[in-house]
Design a binder for this molecule. Structure first.
Ligand code: BEZ
Length: 211
């Protein structure tokens, strides 16, 4: 059965471009992003891994460890990293899993046979420090993902894990947030020192608490 939000992310051992890893050991207490791409030496994937590498400091600042996966072998991954670095002007440091056996692809349901019998689609999982799945997105092979959006969701996840708030449509770090319905307006006014704007009894905004 496929994974759902809140499920425990399965652990695995795998060969990667930085050596063999145990997924849980690699993550430690960090957040994780595990994402698949269809194949090495393909154009969209080259830009995606390049963008991920260029955002390395942004992932690190949020205490997020990144891992890519495809069903290509280690030698192919290593050769392709040279091309990614050259064409995208980056230095790929995060590991790419060589999943020729499809162990990881099957554990995370990354092969969608009606899209492709053999290749992984563009799946992406955000995993919390509790090893639970916090976000799942799936894109087709022909559409590169927006990694700024991944960072935006991580900002929301990390904020909402800490405070009794949710984030509205198109929210970005620093903007006002929503008081969760479980908190009464009376309690919200006591809890959120920066103030509460009541638009409707169920729609209440407060400035981002940790800014
Ligand atoms: C790409 O990464 O460019 C790609 C991979 C598979 C199908 C289409 C595009």
């Amino acid at each position: 059965m496929s994974l759902r939000l809140g499920d425990v992310a399965p652990n695995f051992q795998a060969n990667t471009t930085i050596g063999p890893i145990d997924f849980y050991e690699y993550l430690g207490d960090s957040w994780g992003v595990l994402f698949s791409h269809p194949a090495d030496y393909t154009p969209v994937c080259t830009t995606e891994l390049g963008r991920t590498a260029s955002l390395g400091a942004e992932f690190a600042r949020r205490n997020v460890k990144v891992l890519a996966v495809s069903v290509d072998d280690l030698e192919k991954h290593k050769g392709w990293i040279g091309d990614i670095n050259e064409t995208q002007q980056v230095d790929v440091q995060f590991p790419i899993i060589a999943d020729e056996s499809r162990q990881v692809a099957n554990l995370y349901d990354m092969i969608h046979p009606n899209a492709s019998e053999t290749f992984t689609v563009r799946s992406l999982f955000v995993i919390g420090p509790d090893k639970k799945v916090k976000l799942i997105i799936t894109y087709p092979a022909s559409t590169g993902r927006n990694f700024h959006e991944v960072l935006r969701v991580i900002d929301s996840l990390q904020l909402t894990a800490q405070y009794s708030v949710a984030t509205p449509a198109d929210w970005k770090d620093g903007e006002d947030v929503i008081v969760v319905p479980a908190i009464s307006t009376e309690d919200a006014i006591k809890k959120f020192e920066k103030g509460v704007k009541v638009v409707k009894p169920y729609l209440r905004y407060t400035p981002q608490p940790n800014k």
